[in-house]
Design a protein around this ligand. Structure first.
Ligand SMILES: NC(=O)C1=CN([C@@H]2O[C@H](COP(=O)(O)OP(=O)(O)OC[C@H]3O[C@@H](n4cnc5c(N)ncnc54)[C@H](O)[C@@H]3O)[C@@H](O)[C@H]2O)C=CC1
Ligand SMILES: O=C(O)[C@H]1O[C@H](OP(=O)(O)OP(=O)(O)OC[C@H]2O[C@@H](n3ccc(=O)[nH]c3=O)[C@H](O)[C@@H]2O)[C@H](O)[C@@H](O)[C@@H]1O
Length: 480
């Protein structure tokens, strides 16, 4: 029986392994983690992450061929294939701080694999890593191998949160990179056989190690670049009277451009886009390519500009001050259908408003008060470390309240900021909302979810990213 062990029971390790277990009933899959609370949650009725369809998959296999455990060493020792899906945060100190990937967790996993292994293993990079990480990992494994053969593969993950199960069931492609040696090719085939249980073979792409590693960074950079491009257009739309949704639709019908990923927003968030682009920038700089580095850096600069621009719109529209005013923040997760708040634009927007002394009432259907409090207190990049290494829960901020109902957040507010595109925000009773707010009542839609004309008819002053401006806003300074 093939045994798979995955180190790291997070957003990638958990769902990916659950789907492998479901599709390959004859393979035993064990997901291990150093974080006991996370493993306990995977073994309970309340999984540690919210992901549509995940509960079902886990329930079908858990206890049969899918297991979650903190006994990392035992299960690594027993496995034929070891996936490594641990955090690869941005370095905060030392060489490359603020850009380079911190491979501490990867390196400690590799050393542990070398220490406990008694049989040959295929070691699979699932985490997103800098190009040439496989080479470094190979060195660690082979220098400590005690006669055991380790073959390393790169198998980056392309799932998006909120649609992880659908993405895993029907991936656009599975990418496997390996050495062009007989051992490397044999390992590629072994991993390809796992995915071939449900992925058509023409969608399983096999490349060399470095192409696979770089393709992951490149894919995220291209996706993020599309959002920054459309967000840059949204600023121009506001200045000219064009409508960004119409522009996106018009350009997206060109089959060479395509319609997806052209939604203007308050900015992209999520644990990976910024981290991976910073990593790419660092690799370019290290390889003597400053022009290429600057090109990609601009994607992040435009994203930061978009968040700042949004805060400035809110403050300038509300008579240039939000001091002491209640602002309802609807949505805190970085996108809908997830409770994940890593690098969510809501953090920067809320911090910007708090800087102007606003009183925030925050509602998100999937994010807890504790999480929001931690996010608003945490330093940049601290979030991307295993839970036990993160700062302890800080005391809550008196200017912030977290509530469990959108109407409660909105009551007596001067303005509403929509920061996540949860469906329920489209369907609020906006007449009722208007009646319970201070006047003039403002809506700042960072996700283009509301019907702007309908809200203006009710009496709201509405700002929606990249849409023709309300006459009220036309006289306000457009940018910082
Ligand atoms: N979140 C996402 O949608 C995607 C993430 N990725 C990449 O996958 C990797 C993992 O990301 P997530 O799953 O989101 O992170 P995560 O933070 O949710 O999970 C990582 C887990 O690894 C555990 N861990 C760290 N060091 C360990 C060790 N030495 N032994 C055992 N467990 C250890 C942590 O406790 C944590 O539970 C990152 O490199 C990320 O860039 C790739 C594609 C999608
Ligand atoms: O490496 C990763 O972590 C993953 O990163 C992204 O997935 P994810 O961050 O989960 O979610 P996306 O759907 O890509 O959204 C990212 C951010 O961009 C924003 N976005 C997305 C699309 C769009 O048109 N406009 C826009 O502002 C979203 O609201 C969100 O804040 C990629 O889509 C995945 O392929 C990749 O595996």
């Amino acid at each position: 029986m093939v045994k798979i062990c995955c180190i790291g029971a997070g957003y990638v390790g958990g769902p990916t392994m659950a789907v492998i277990a479901l599709k390959c009933p004859e393979i035993e899959v064990v997901v291990v983690d150093i974080a006991a609370p996370r493993i306990n949650a995977w073994n309970s009725d309340h999984l540690p992450i919210y992901e549509p369809g995940l509960d079902d998959v886990v329930k079908k296999c858990r206890g049969k061929n899918l297991f979650f455990s903190t006994d990392v060493e035992k299960h690594v020792a027993e496995a034929n294939i070891v996936f490594v899906s641990v955090n690869t945060p941005t370095k905060t100190q030392g060489l490359g701080a603020g850009k380079a990937a911190d491979l501490t967790y990867w390196e400690s996993a590799a050393r542990m694999i070398a220490d406990v292994s008694k049989t040959d293993k295929i070691v699979v990079e699932k985490s997103t890593v800098p190009v040439k990480t496989a080479e470094a990992i190979e060195r660690i494994l082979t220098h400590n191998r005690k006669g055991i053969n380790f073959t390393i593969l790169s198998n980056p993950e392309f799932l998006a949160e909120g649609t992880a199960i659908a993405d895993l069931f029907k991936p656009d492609r599975v990418l496997i990179g390996g050495r062009e040696t007989p051992e490397g090719q044999k390992a590629i085939h072994a991993l390809r056989d796992v995915y071939a249980h449900w992925v058509p073979v023409d969608r399983i792409l096999c490349t060399n190690l470095w192409s696979a590693e770089l393709s992951k960074l490149a894919a995220n950079a291209f996706l993020a670049q599309r959002i920054s491009s459309v967000n840059a257009m949204s600023a121009l739309c506001e200045a000219t009277g064009a409508d960004v949704s119409q522009v996106s639709h018009s350009i997206g019908t060109d089959s060479r451009i395509g319609p997806k990923f052209l939604n203007a927003s308050v900015g992209f968030g999520g644990s990976c886009f910024q981290k991976d682009i910073l990593n790419l920038v660092y690799i370019c700089e290290c390889n003597g390519l400053p022009e290429v580095a600057n090109y990609w850096k601009q994607v992040i600069k435009v994203n930061d500009y978009q968040k700042t621009r949004f805060v400035n719109r809110v403050v300038s529209s509300m008579f240039n001050t939000v001091s002491g005013k209640k602002i309802a923040v609807l949505g805190f997760a970085f996108k809908k259908d997830t409770g994940d708040t890593r690098e969510t634009p809501a953090i920067d927007v809320c911090k910007g408003l708090l800087g102007d002394k606003a009183k925030l009432s925050i509602y998100d259907p999937q994010v807890s008060e504790d999480q929001i409090t931690r996010d608003l207190a945490m330093k940049k990049f601290d979030w991307d470390h295993p839970a036990h290494l993160q700062p302890l829960s800080p005391t809550s901020n008196k200017q912030v309240s977290v509530v469990w109902d959108a109407y409660e957040a909105i009551k007596d507010a001067h303005g509403i900021c929509i920061l996540t595109e949860w469906d329920e925000f489209k369907n609020l009773d906006y007449k009722k909302v208007f009646d319970c707010m201070q006047k003039p009542a403002f809506v700042f839609d960072g996700r283009n979810v509301v019907d702007v004309n309908k809200l203006r008819e009710i009496g709201f002053i509405v700002y929606s990213i990249g849409k023709p401006l309300d006459s009220w806003l036309k006289d306000m300074p457009a940018v910082a």
